[in-house]
Design a protein around this ligand. Structure first.
Ligand SMILES: CC(C)(COP(=O)(O)OP(=O)(O)OC[C@H]1O[C@@H](n2cnc3c(N)ncnc32)[C@H](O)[C@@H]1OP(=O)(O)O)[C@@H](O)C(=O)NCCC(=O)NCCS
Length: 285
């Protein structure tokens, strides 16, 4: 461990150093300017308390981004949404120190467990620091024409595209993979992606949400989730959200879902399936 290693809250000025970190660790994002890095550190799903950086000799060499979410099955979850350490400082315990510091903050927020989605290359890092693999993520896809048009007298659908911030009621996961509903909805709320947010109610009670984005020509991506009282309507809510892709004439509509929820999605239509690259990992608190 570096003697001079300091873990502290992140600040927008740190994005100058973080650009170098991103260029080495997240080259697939194609970031080239400090402003682009700053953009990743603001918006409707970003909390200042959930951003720590690692500093060595007055230089930021790594960061971790995390937040919390309600989950009726497991209680409050901590979500690590990103971690990166400058390639020149990797394998020297910086990533571990960042994760432990984030865990401390999440423990104070009384989360029951912490979840991260690991690329295969980082999987052994998570194993070394006592996370374990939890379930699998499946990518499902179909032609929007194959999603049935569903109607219901009981469930009302309302498009809520004028949101200025993320409603608290949306900060949850139940049948969807943790983090994905908020991430998808925030890209719409923050104007980064073209898309729609759908709110489903019965008797004025909110029973679910859908968020769907159009990736200009290359298809649509959606996430649908239901509250425990909406579980009986999950197939309707999934179908109504996915069908939205027809409005944009998308050739395909896709989602990433937990494998153990596959049967609910298969009730809607015959999706083509592929194992997702990301591996969910977790640590109980
Ligand atoms: C994953 C990452 C953050 C790890 O940071 P790091 O500072 O190198 O990690 P640490 O040095 O704290 O590693 C802790 C342990 O895991 C091991 N480890 C780290 N990365 C590893 C890897 N890719 N493969 C195998 N073991 C690894 C370390 O050797 C160390 O083991 P030890 O305790 O026996 O010495 C860093 O590799 C990175 O930025 N990767 C690119 C971005 C990324 O994939 N992020 C994950 C998003 S979820």
């Amino acid at each position: 461990m570096y003697v001079m290693l300091k873990i502290r809250n992140g600040r927008l000025e740190d994005c100058v150093d973080l650009l170098t970190v991103y260029m080495g660790t997240h080259w697939e994002k194609g970031l080239t300017t400090v402003e682009e890095v700053k953009d990743l550190h603001r918006g409707s799903n970003f909390f200042r308390w959930g951003w720590l950086v690692a500093e060595i000799d007055n230089r930021v060499v790594g960061e971790i981004i995390f937040r919390t979410e309600r989950n009726p099955r497991t209680g409050k979850l901590g979500l690590i949404r990103d971690i990166g350490v400058d390639v020149r400082y990797q394998k020297q315990s910086v990533g571990k120190a960042l994760t432990r510091a984030a865990e401390e903050i999440l423990r104070e927020k009384e989360v029951s467990r912490i979840i991260a989605d690991s690329p295969p290359e980082a999987y052994n890092f998570w194993m070394k620091i006592n996370y374990f693999s939890r379930g699998e993520l499946v990518r499902i896809q179909c032609n929007p024409k194959d999603v049935p048009s569903r109607r219901s007298r009981i469930v009302k659908t309302c498009e809520v595209n004028d949101l200025q911030s993320m409603p608290r009621s949306m900060r949850f996961s139940n049948i969807s993979h943790p983090g994905l509903l908020v991430d998808t909805a925030s890209s719409i709320i923050d104007g980064k992606k073209k898309g729609s947010i759908l709110r489903f109610t019965t008797d004025d009670e909110c029973i679910g949400f859908g968020a769907i984005i159009s990736n200009n020509g290359s298809g649509s991506e959606f996430i649908a989730d239901v509250t425990p009282s909406g579980e009986d309507y999950a197939d309707l809510i999934i179908a109504k959200t996915a069908k939205f892709a027809s409005k944009w004439k998308s050739k395909n509509v896709a989602s990433r879902i937990p494998k153990d929820q596959l049967s609910r999605f298969m009730e809607v239509t015959d999706w083509s399936l592929e194992t997702d690259r990301q591996i969910p990992v977790t640590r109980l608190m």
